[in-house]
Design a protein around this ligand. Structure first.
Ligand code: ADP
Ligand code: MG
Length: 450
């Protein structure tokens, strides 16, 4: 036991240095050493779900740290049923009665999670989004009464979150309903917190007392069976009481990997609508709308150019507009077409590059450093590979829409925390480290032209 405790103590110190602080506090600090038997370290956690999550996301980092401490490979496994350390204010019993509903003031707080600009008035309606828009307005006028659930799906930056929050803002205004807006990732994190702190009942009450439950990016449930189960129960409890549920996703329910078929059919039991990429006329209308109250004005030919050349992603479109207006107000120069082209050149090519894949990025980085792609993805961590691998992760994060877990997966099945760490490390060094910034510039230029 002493050996296990000592090894884990030292391993934790290594992990504390290598992981972001909040990641460490949330996931690692509560693990307890249980035993070391025949070269296998048993690590105790509160429950199976926590164990599964750690296995999936932190095996690589923990393995590496253990190796550093132990001097050789050391097998380890997680075991559920061990109370986490440092539990403060552990409740003696779980309340089984739901508490009173949220006050009007806290209801208003809920919509604070949403951006106040995300309203129906600020949403420009066009060909690709009018169906989703009408459905969302309909839901906000009669929550739980007509379309339930409403499932909105579509590509990144096409306005899903905007519409979802517009429902929240519209409904909160009338102060009659309690609205809960949350991203699926936050839902998952508060579930885990609730498990760890034995506040599952509070967690359930929070969601099950909502009149409207709006969950953003539900595709995050893919392959996460236990949270799917929890969500399914919440969903049913609300749906049975005719409470409104609205979900968004980057793909239709049937294409969410590993989503159980009973959930697919539940999700699709109301109305499923998609948002298609918008025409350049609608994109132009969005640009005009964003400039309505802006002190800087941009000529029409430049706006046409931006609407036409920037991708279908409205977020990128807004980014382009911010660059132009910021430049104009800082320098006092009028933006003409040539200037716009120069100012936006990186944005047009870099962020618009939807064809760019992780494979291509890995290949370019490997070529630059004279390595094999397999080295970047491999388990080893010799010094000459660490930086190229981190840089490749950083470039992937900057130049594609891939999520942290997707990037980790593509780099030899590493956890999202490793990617986060790589991105912040490169970010911190890139301006002061000349060879690194040179590598970044050369590789990203090649990728833009590929
Ligand atoms: P998604 O959730 O689909 O990735 P968002 O809702 O976050 O996309 O939209 C990205 C940005 O584009 C937001 O700032 C949003 O306000 C803006 N936007 C998207 N669609 C529209 C639209 N039709 N009218 C006005 N702004 C829009
Ligand atoms: Mg979104």
């Amino acid at each position: 036991m002493l050996a296990a405790r000592q090894i884990w103590q030292d391993t934790k110190s290594v992990l504390k240095r290598s992981l972001p602080e909040d990641t460490y506090n949330r996931w690692i600090s509560n693990i307890v050493p249980v035993s070391l038997v025949r070269d296998e370290l048993v690590l105790g956690v509160s429950d199976d779900f926590f164990a599964e999550w750690l296995r999936e996301h932190f095996s690589y980092d923990i393995g590496l740290a253990l190796r550093e401490v132990h001097g050789a490979e050391l097998r380890f496994k997680f075991e559920a049923g061990h109370a986490p350390l440092n539990l403060q204010d552990e409740p003696s019993a779980v309340p089984d009665k739901p508490q009173a509903g949220p006050s009007a003031a806290s209801r208003r707080d809920k919509a604070v999670n949403c951006r106040s600009q995300h309203t129906f008035e600020n949403f420009v309606v066009g060909d690709g989004n009018n169906f989703a828009y009408s459905a969302a307005v309909n839901v906000s006028k009669a929550p739980g009464k007509s379309i339930n659930p409403l499932f909105i799906y579509g590509g990144t930056g096409l306005g899903k979150t905007h519409l979802l929050q517009a429902i929240a803002n519209a409904v909160t205004e009338d102060d009659q309903h309690s609205v809960v807006y949350i991203t699926c990732e936050e839902f998952l994190i508060s579930y885990i917190d609730a498990l760890q702190n034995r506040k599952l009942q509070d967690f359930r009450n929070r969601f099950r007392m909502a009149d409207l439950l709006l969950i953003d990016d539900i595709h995050f449930l893919a392959k996460k069976t236990q949270i799917q189960e929890e969500f399914f129960n919440t969903f049913n409890a609300l749906h049975n009481q005719e409470k409104q549920i609205v979900l968004t996703s980057d793909r239709p329910p049937s294409e969410i990997d590993g989503l159980e078929s009973r959930m697919v059919s539940r999700f699709a039991s109301g109305l499923t609508v998609d948002i298609q990429p918008l025409s350049s006329e609608t994109r132009l209308a969005i640009l005009r709308k964003k400039l309505e109250d802006h002190p800087v004005q941009i000529s029409d030919d430049v706006l046409y150019f931006v609407a036409d050349r920037v991708s279908s992603n409205i977020r990128t479109l807004e980014g382009a507009l911010v660059q132009l207006t910021a430049f104009a107000s800082l320098t006092g120069q009028k933006i003409n077409l040539a200037l716009a082209e120069t100012l936006l050149s990186s944005l047009l090519t870099v962020k618009d590059n939807t064809r760019l894949t992780i494979d291509i990025i890995q290949k370019r980085v490997a070529e630059y450093y004279d390595l094999r792609v397999a080295d970047l993805n491999g388990p080893k961590r010799p010094n000459n590979i660490v930086i190229p691998r981190m840089l490749a992760m950083y470039i992937t994060r900057k130049m594609t829409d891939k999520s942290l877990p997707e990037i980790g997966e593509a780099f030899g099945g590493r956890g999202h925390a490793t990617v986060l760490h790589a991105v912040s490390r490169i970010e911190g060094e890139i301006n002061s480290n000349k060879s690194l910034s040179q590598a970044f510039n050369t590789i990203s230029r090649q990728l833009q032209n590929s």
